[in-house]
Design a protein around this ligand. Structure first.
Ligand SMILES: NC(=O)c1ccc[n+]([C@@H]2O[C@H](COP(=O)([O-])OP(=O)(O)OC[C@H]3O[C@@H](n4cnc5c(N)ncnc54)[C@H](O)[C@@H]3O)[C@@H](O)[C@H]2O)c1
Length: 344
């Protein structure tokens, strides 16, 4: 199977690429990524020379970049690339519209032009807004985004649907809950808490810390995306979650205990504007129709993740200092290979 994976230098995309290369000898992957601040090729050093893998630097919102890189013969586009941090979208939403909305539309047009048989759109449960204490998100939930990030992802879903209805494009959509695991950029809650706990630094908690998220270990999400890509009927939408609801404060305390750091590091800060109260997925449809189930419990996943960040202090130091951004420039062979291939 020949896959064109966007955003493969980010957190979930890089885990996805590594999982596929480790489990499917017949897969070949083009990793198409703009290398924004969230793109980190240090995530992929161990597969960089695998003949089944190729990196191309490009922007999903630039038609020429996408058309140059998207060869005929691709079996599926798996679209992870996005601006993904809610706080950044509150500061300024323009990049979110450009990448998440315009970029998705550019890819949909390119998929049609190159006759790509399947488009996998990786969306998020945040498009469905916020829940009170009862009930779950399902595939039938109304789209009701509350942050500019979620609004841009919801808009992208509408363009995917429109491409299916208008042009007959074969597409499937996944809406997953909050991911955690190796290689997550330390602006997000779990890696930030782990890093600060290891360093003995204060841990900022928004508001009262009672916001509930439904956590999933990143490999479980990646296995779901892959299974949906291979098995789902055209036009399907699947909600993906691991039935692991936890309040943020509980997550933070679990991590502090796993690291062996004191709870006194917790520091309450003003709440995020428009902060969603609760996300929770009912994954019964993806379980019953696709046969996917999560494998990693929250406790196992947190232990693995804390262990990974402890063992990869250099990765974290580079992520925090910005040194990872030099990696691409310092490894010119990658750039020359990728740009030559992209234009061949
Ligand atoms: N992280 C989560 O908890 C979560 C949960 C559900 C769904 N998702 C979705 O999964 C996808 C991946 O999330 P993530 O956490 O890995 O994000 P991330 O921010 O870690 O990675 C995003 C990647 O996209 C690339 N990118 C950004 N703009 C680009 C552009 N214009 N052109 C090409 N590449 C570009 C970045 O360089 C980076 O490598 C996103 O679509 C996100 O909405 C994330």
């Amino acid at each position: 199977m020949k896959l064109f994976i966007t955003g493969g230098a980010g957190f979930i995309g890089s885990n996805h690429i590594k999982l596929l290369l480790a489990t499917d000898p017949d897969v070949s992957i083009v990793n198409f990524d703009a290398l924004t601040y969230a793109g980190n090729l240090e995530n992929l050093t161990d597969v960089a020379t695998d003949p089944r893998y190729r990196f191309v630097r490009g922007d999903v919102s630039t038609v020429a970049d996408v058309m140059d890189a998207l060869d005929e013969g691709i079996d599926a586009i798996v679209h992870f690339a996005a601006e993904s941090h809610v706080d950044r979208s509150i500061e300024s939403a323009a990049d979110f519209v450009r990448t998440n909305v315009v970029g998705t539309q550019v890819l949909l047009d390119a998929a049609r032009a190159r006759k790509v048989p399947r488009f996998v759109h990786v969306s998020t449960d945040e498009v469905m807004g916020s829940l009170d204490d009862g009930g779950f998100f399902t595939e039938d939930s109304v789209l009701a985004p509350n942050s500019p990030y979620a609004a841009s992802k919801a808009a992208a879903e509408h363009f995917v649907r429109a491409a299916m209805q208008t042009h007959g494009l074969d597409a499937v959509i996944t809406r997953c809950s909050n991911n955690y695991g190796p290689y997550q950029f330390p602006e997000k809650l779990i890696p930030l808490v782990i890093a600060n706990a290891i360093d003995g630094k204060p841990i900022p908690v928004y508001g009262n810390g009672q916001q509930v998220r439904d956590w999933i270990y990143v490999d479980d999400h990646c296995r779901a995306v892959d299974a949906v890509m291979r098995k789902a009927a055209t036009g399907s939408v699947y909600c993906v979650g691991a039935r692991s609801e936890r309040a943020n404060l509980e997550v933070i305390r679990t991590i502090l205990d796993a690291v062996g750091a004191p709870h006194s590091l917790i520091t309450y800060v003003s709440d995020r504007p428009g902060h969603d109260r609760r996300y929770a997925i009912d994954p019964v449809r993806v379980e019953s129709e696709i046969g996917w189930t999560p494998r990693v419990t929250f406790e196992e996943g947190i232990a693995k993740t804390v262990g990974w960040y402890r063992d990869n202090a250099e990765w974290m130091a580079h992520a925090r200092s910005g040194a990872y951004r030099d990696f691409y420039e310092k490894n010119l062979a990658w750039r020359e290979t990728s740009s030559a291939d992209a234009h061949s």
